[in-house]
Design a protein around this ligand. Sequence first.
Ligand SMILES: *Cc1c(COP(=O)(O)O)cnc(C)c1O
Length: 405
Amino acid sequence: MSINEIPLSRPDITKREIDLVTRTMMTGRLSIGPMQERFEQQIAEQSGRNFGVAVSSGTAGLHLVLRALEIGPGDEVVTTPFSFVASSNAILYVGATPVFVDVEPNSLNMDPEKVEAAITPRTRAILAVETFGNAAHMDKYAAIAARHEIPLIEDCCEALGSSCRGRPAGSFGRAGVFAFYPNKQITTGEGGVIVTDDERLAEVCRSMRSHGRPCEFDSAHAPTPERSVRDPVSSGPSPSTGSWLTHVRLGFNYRMSEIQAAIGVGQMERFQEILQKRESVAGMYMSRLMGVPELTLPDVMPGTEVSWFVFVVRLQTEYSCDDRDRIITELREHDVGAAPYFPCIHLLPFYREMFGFEPGMFPIAESVSQRTIALPFHSQLTERDVDIVCQTLELMISRQRLARS
Ligand SMILES: *Cc1c(COP(=O)(O)O)cnc(C)c1O
């Protein structure tokens, strides 16, 4: 691609974020500090939860939540095959078995009836994903989980700012996980935050993100939550060793640095502005593409508000996967970023090998995933950019139609 490229995504970084990063670097405190705490509070507040635990990525957050819920080998977790691969990989990390259920074709989230039908005595959790930021059915999954007395885990990595029936994404599950890779609504470069109202779960996740250091609930090991533990690297030798080198459970290093958190704090200060800009770009696409008969546009269902993560259109059913792939290739050749979001997880070669999945098992997810095209989507796209993208898309679709006839 060239400098004329309209990229698929692009973070929205201003002087504010840069100033916060610079100031943080000057303090000399680069990990475990006030920026992380501030960012955790901002994300918890946005999602209507009491606790936030910052981690190194959304994937790390999902891993910790599954471990904190003690889900492991022999356990089943009901989840969607139409997602970014990380939502299912986290289930594999703990040795549990993902049980996929097909999606509902409008929201592209799991079909609630199929979720209910997939629950067995071995089901230990429902891991629901807000696909492309759409929070539809989250209330229904929460009700199903409550009825079966199992936790709902919300992979809300694509949904910061979305809501369903007035409740924000992240507020439906026992825990929710947000992600801040540069293509998400807001970014920290890399990062994630676990949100929950369950204080014990939050503290266990805090412990596990930092090598298994004791938390408030590990009473035998002195009441030393990570925030009050003196880190010998960033704050000088700790007075009486404290619990810095006490490890009470298998932990990881899944911490978010102060520099990353500083970016996030600046992004959250500007969150409404960023959301509004994204909303306005989505509106431009909607009105520009509404009349294109070959395309199905994103469906915002009544009762839900979408915080736009990506703008994904899909070709009508007469188009094949090859047609779609050719259109994507040609868009890219014409400097328009495009991507096939997402290939079905159960059809990825290593999932097929591990579990014997075959095409045809989740027909709606498969059919949709063969025809989707993610278009360039970020806060800085202009009306002119959107126009170029749409014109190019329409041209490539009609070329494809001619090539086939
Ligand atoms: C982005 C994303 C993740 C993981 O995020 P990382 O921070 O890249 O690890 C997990 N699940 C979904 C659905 C995502 O879109």
